[in-house]
Design a protein around this ligand. Structure first.
Ligand SMILES: *Cc1c(COP(=O)(O)O)cnc(C)c1O
Length: 387
């Protein structure tokens, strides 16, 4: 069994995919070929944004947006601590000062803690609140109705890290249409993935889009040999754009299949695990289906037992950002952000790709239920031994 079965997806798309890739080979327009522009147009339509700039990865999408803001050392960048490393790496690399925000039970940024962290920074007076990076973790949109007013109150730029959430909607609109700018990733395992690295930036801000477009090609001015600022090479390859144009055609169908599977997991596993939360006005692309062992049960033992049964499971994420060695200079203690610390000890993700067979689904559920029961028995025996 595969955690994400991209082989089965390729079998579904083989004919149009082979043709689309072959067309790029025939035309040999490998950099900024017509497929890149066509993809950017389609993505603009899908998100309702004025501008889309495709990039070499999700990380470069985040970095280019932040680079365009000319961050200073004193600029506090509020970012979820329970996320993939790139969300926190990008603001630090772009010259800002990361301040981590705790999660709530939805796994996403806790709006209440965001305001608490902003006030703490203002009170200390050493840094100046500048922006917030809201991560739509595992595909679930953040609580934008609460986050956006807080950002507005303190004058913060809002960047949504929707790397795991292309295709998700909040109140019926694409997640990539919220905030001042959004970044997404086309890494193969994301809801919309290419056959290598890729990403995209969305914004309605004309000036910001123009600056990012320059930064994406070494700070180009009138042409690429007129350089008006320092940038990077951050473009998406034509061949990846061609792949994405084909995959875009099945994205909504794939998301629907994931949502059906999620609904069935919610029913099958409700007694044995703490399940992910879903909300009426937020639809999730379900990049991951992430659940938690109950209370004091051992996740390590669960992972071991599932692996022994041949069921691939992953732990996203075992270490929040405030506990990463790369950020040790910021001097956080694990307990400083207690909810994410607890989540990081209990979460695990199970296969939810759209090509999962009924047999695979049943086997995942049965194994999870059996393992949970044996872990619970173990704990109650230990309990008796202690008495
Ligand atoms: C994958 C991911 C990124 C980075 O995307 P890449 O394309 O791998 O560079 C950033 N943020 C989050 C939340 C991600 O999951």
């Amino acid at each position: 069994m595969q955690f994400i079965d991209l082989g089965r997806q390729y079998q579904r798309l083989k004919d149009p995919m082979d043709k689309a890739i072959q067309r790029v080979l025939n035309d040999h327009h490998y950099i900024m070929g017509p497929q890149v522009e066509e993809l950017e147009e389609k993505l603009k339509e899908k998100t309702g944004r004025r501008h889309c700039l495709t990039t070499s990865s999700g990380t470069s999408a985040l970095y280019l947006i932040l680079k365009a803001l000319d961050l200073q050392k004193e600029d506090a960048c509020f970012v979820s601590t329970f996320t993939y490393f790139a969300s926190a790496e990008a603001p630090a690399l772009a010259g800002g000062h990361p301040v981590f925000v705790d999660s709530d039970r939805s796994y996403n940024m806790d709006p209440e803690d965001l305001e608490k962290q902003i006030r703490a920074v203002l009170k200390e007076g050493k840094y100046r609140p500048r922006l917030v990076i809201a991560v739509d973790l595992f595909g679930l949109p953040c609580d934008y109705d609460r986050i956006l007013p807080i950002a507005e109150k303190y004058g913060l730029f809002v960047l949504t890290d929707s790397a795991q959430a292309f295709g998700s909607t909040y109140k019926g609109k694409s997640v990539c249409s919220y905030g001042n700018a959004s970044a997404t990733s086309f890494f193969p395992a994301k809801p919309l993935g290419c056959y290598g690295d890729g990403g995209a930036i969305f914004t309605d801000d004309d000036q910001l889009a123009e600056k990012i477009s320059s930064l994406r090609v070494h700070g180009k001015g009138k042409d690429k040999y007129d350089n008006v600022r320092l940038g990077i090479n951050g473009r998406l390859d034509t061949i990846q754009a061609a792949v994405l144009l084909v995959k875009l055609g099945i994205l909504d169908d794939e998301i629907e299949k994931r949502q059906v599977l999620a609904g069935r997991y919610q029913e099958a596993l409700a007694d044995d695990y703490d399940l992910p939360l879903f909300f009426d006005n937020r639809s999730s692309a379900l990049a991951q289906y992430t659940l938690m062992v109950k209370g004091n049960l051992s996740r390590d033992k669960l992972v071991e037992a599932m692996k022994a049964s041949g069921i691939p499971i992953m732990v996203y994420y075992p270490k929040p950002m405030h506990m990463q060695t790369a950020f040790q200079d910021l001097s956080y203690q694990p307990e400083d952000l207690p909810v994410s610390l607890d989540l990081s000890k209990r979460v695990f993700s199970i296969p939810i790709h759209p090509y999962l067979t009924e047999g695979e689904f049943q086997s995942i559920c049965q194994n999870l239920i059996t393992v949970s029961q044996s872990l619970q028995e173990e704990v109650s025996h230990e309990h008796l031994d202690c008495q």
